[in-house]
Design a protein around this ligand. Structure first.
Ligand SMILES: [Zn+2]
Length: 680
């Protein structure tokens, strides 16, 4: 059976790409099983090696173990995201717990850690290793210690109990938010209550009602329903009703209340951090981030707040004044802000996606991005239809460097399909690394959900989609240009508050007329996008940027407050949150609402002590792009410096070091403030 399994044979394809044309679902499970066994044997060989542990026979051997498993996992999980079906989903359910067990067997293995520790103690200051080897050693050692490898027997037991309890609690938190979100429905039967809403929003609400065998229209707290309702519905009472339902989730004192769960989660995270030698959870998290310390993050948020708060206050006042002119007499409340802001925005800019879309043909945007990459880095792309793909619509390219050498395989998968997840992402099938002296070049993929072309119209992108394409392409360049030795340090394997720099910096070109003039041509007339339209897009993009910044900061401050606690809280959750977010307050307080009780990012996601990262990344990309603006947006030397210091380096060095090597100084917030109109 395994003899005929293409996943277990050498891939006889161009560049050893995945043989999608030969793989069927039935091949996965046997391949996973064999690859896991192979990986376990490799680990056993490291442990049972009678030679004294060395960097090569322990750290490097561990790094290389499970290579086949990685390859198969990448193919499988990428397919599960981009072209799935019930069979693949059921394999995913079966194999996921097996893979966590596999990884626990490595990272919780005491004998293996004993060997790693011996190497670490002996070599972590030794000049015998290269800088990259030091980083790999450090990272490997930390992967064990951050999971409690240095703890004594009793403490280990405690650590395991806390971890198990924490995963139960965050799951519970998430389930409560979901149940509370699903529980509420606004059922409208009087058509007058729909006033102000766009037709497609009304149609979707009618369909929802029909699916539930009800007359009229149903609105829910899910974003695609909630958000347009708050923006467009003329009926103020109903907006308030929706708002209250949304902001009291998890805070109603019912059996889905999250307040006690929050207290338990933060107390346990604190206990775990202390067990591992940190003062609080944020310190534990941030020691593996570019920002490094809670103090640095708090100063960062404070600095941004001081710069943006006066603008936010002015913007809220403008909306209030605008509302007054239309006859509004009450105090402006939170459920009024989005509504009047939308009206003000329309009055001021009068711009819509429909006006810009004809200028952004997908094919032309793609060529424009290839061309930009060529101007910056000298890279060229060649389509190769001999590379197997998992769906007819997927395009496969070879990327070549300026000197003609082969760089990477790039897959582009643009259009929505039933088996594809929503959104857009970059991923890899194979990461760059050196194997037996040979440079193994990566296989990278960009997946999006852009509008499909029709018989009469090409695929036309909104401005947002153009930006998304550039963003994901930036991640792809990070993967494609990687030039490191070890796979686990390759491409986008960097700290989380650094990984969005290569992607977000690309978004900047979407606002540059020099680039847009090459890319944005009307699909029927060929006319170049008018400069006034570009100016409007940029200005509308900066509409209420002060308010948006303050809002992000308020979430960041709340997150940091919970995770810098050094004692469990004595006060109640709502009061605690209020005092954390108070410096960002722009509206009158509303009794009964609570943000934390539905803050899934930090209580049921990976963003604990990490929410600041959204703004941090913007600061980085704006400050980094400033250098391109100074030297010319197509300047080869600046691009080369960005390539050598950031794109090629992956996670082989501390990100702040890499950043300073490129930029000559630490990031500062001014470039971002200028870009979004908060500073001259
Ligand atoms: Zn991204």
């Amino acid at each position: 059976m395994n003899d005929n399994n293409p996943l277990l044979q050498p891939f006889n394809t161009p560049h050893q790409t995945a043989p999608f044309d030969k793989i069927s679902e039935d091949h996965f499970m046997p391949a996973f099983e064999l690859a896991m066994k192979e990986g376990r044997d490799e680990i056993a060989a490291i442990i049972n090696n009678p030679e004294p542990p060395t960097f090569e026979n322990t750290i490097e051997a561990l790094e290389k173990s499970g290579e086949r498993l990685d390859r198969i996992s990448n193919i499988f999980f990428n397919l599960n995201a981009a072209e799935t079906n019930e069979k693949i989903q059921s394999i995913a359910r079966e194999v996921s717990p097996m893979l966590s067990e596999y990884s626990n067997d490595i990272w919780l293995n005491e004998k293996l850690f004993a060997k790693v520790k011996t190497v670490y103690d002996q070599y972590h200051t030794s000049p015998a290793l290269t800088e990259e080897q030091h980083k790999l050693l450090e990272d490997t050692y930390k992967s064990f210690t951050r999971r409690g490898a240095l703890l004594s027997g009793d403490e280990k037991e405690k650590y395991r109990e806390i971890s198990a309890e924490l995963s139960k609690l965050s799951l519970q938190f998430g389930e409560n938010v979901l149940a509370e979100t699903n529980d509420f429905k606004l059922h409208i039967t009087n058509p007058e209550d729909l006033a102000g809403l766009p037709q497609d929003v009304i149609d979707a609400a009618a369909l929802k009602a029909k699916n539930e065998n009800l007359e009229g229209w149903i609105f829910t707290l899910h974003f695609p329903s909630y958000f347009p309702f708050m923006k467009f519905a003329d009926n103020r009472e109903l907006r308030k009703k929706m708002y209250m339902a949304y902001t009291t989730r998890g805070n109603k004192g019912n059996n889905r209340d999250n307040k006690e769960i929050i207290k338990k989660i933060v107390a346990l995270r604190l206990e775990k951090a202390k067990l591992l030698g940190y003062n609080n959870h944020a310190e534990y998290v941030l020691s593996e981030r570019m920002a490094k310390t809670p103090d640095r993050v708090n100063r960062f948020l404070q600095e941004l707040l001081e710069a943006s708060l006066p603008f936010a206050q002015k913007e809220v006042k403008e909306v209030e004044d605008f509302a007054r002119k239309t006859g509004f007499k009450d105090t402006l409340q939170r459920w009024d802000f989005a509504y009047y802001s939308e009206k003000l925005k329309t009055a001021r800019y009068n711009i819509s996606d429909e006006m810009t879309k004809p200028y952004f043909q997908l094919e032309k945007v793609k060529e424009g991005i290839f061309d930009l990459t060529n101007r910056l880095y000298g890279i060229t792309f060649k389509r190769n239809s001999d590379i197997p793909v998992y769906h007819d619509e997927v395009e496969a390219y070879e990327a070549y460097d300026a000197d003609g050498s082969f760089l990477a395989v790039l897959y582009l998968d643009f259009f929505p399909r039933e088996g594809k997840q929503g959104g857009a992402w970059m991923t890899s099938y194979l990461d760059q690394h050196i194997e037996n002296g040979k440079d193994i070049r990566p296989h990278i993929s960009v997946v999006t959900n852009f509008t499909r072309p029709t018989e009469s119209k090409p695929s036309l992108l909104t401005f947002n989609e153009v930006t998304t394409f550039l963003h994901e392409f930036g991640h792809a360049l990070h993967g494609m240009l990687s030039r490191v030795t070890y796979e686990s340090l390759s491409g986008t394997s960097v700290f989380r508050d650094f990984v969005e720099l290569p992607s977000q910096i690309m978004e900047n070109w979407a606002q540059q007329k020099e680039w847009l003039h090459m890319v944005a041509k009307h699909y029927e007339t060929g006319e170049t996008i008018p400069d006034e339209l570009v100016d409007k897009i940029v200005a509308a993009g900066n509409f209420q940027s002060g308010y948006a910044t303050v809002r992000q900061i308020s979430f960041g401050l709340n997150d940091m407050a919970w995770h810098t606690l050094e004692e469990p809280i004595a006060t109640d959750v709502t009061n605690f949150e209020k005092s954390a977010m108070q410096p960002t307050e722009l509206f009158p307080d509303v009794e009964g609402t609570c943000m934390s009780t539905a803050f899934s990012h930090i209580f049921n996601g990976g963003y604990a002590a990490g929410y600041y990262g959204y703004k941090w990344a913007e600061v980085l990309d704006a400050h980094a792009f400033q250098l391109f603006k100074q030297n010319g947006i197509f300047d080869r030397k600046t691009a080369q410096a960005f390539r050598e210091n950031i794109l090629e380096k992956g996670g082989t060095k501390d990100p702040m070091e890499l950043y300073i090597a490129f930029r000559g100084e630490e990031p500062s917030i001014d470039a971002l403030l200028i870009r979004c109109g908060l500073k001259n």
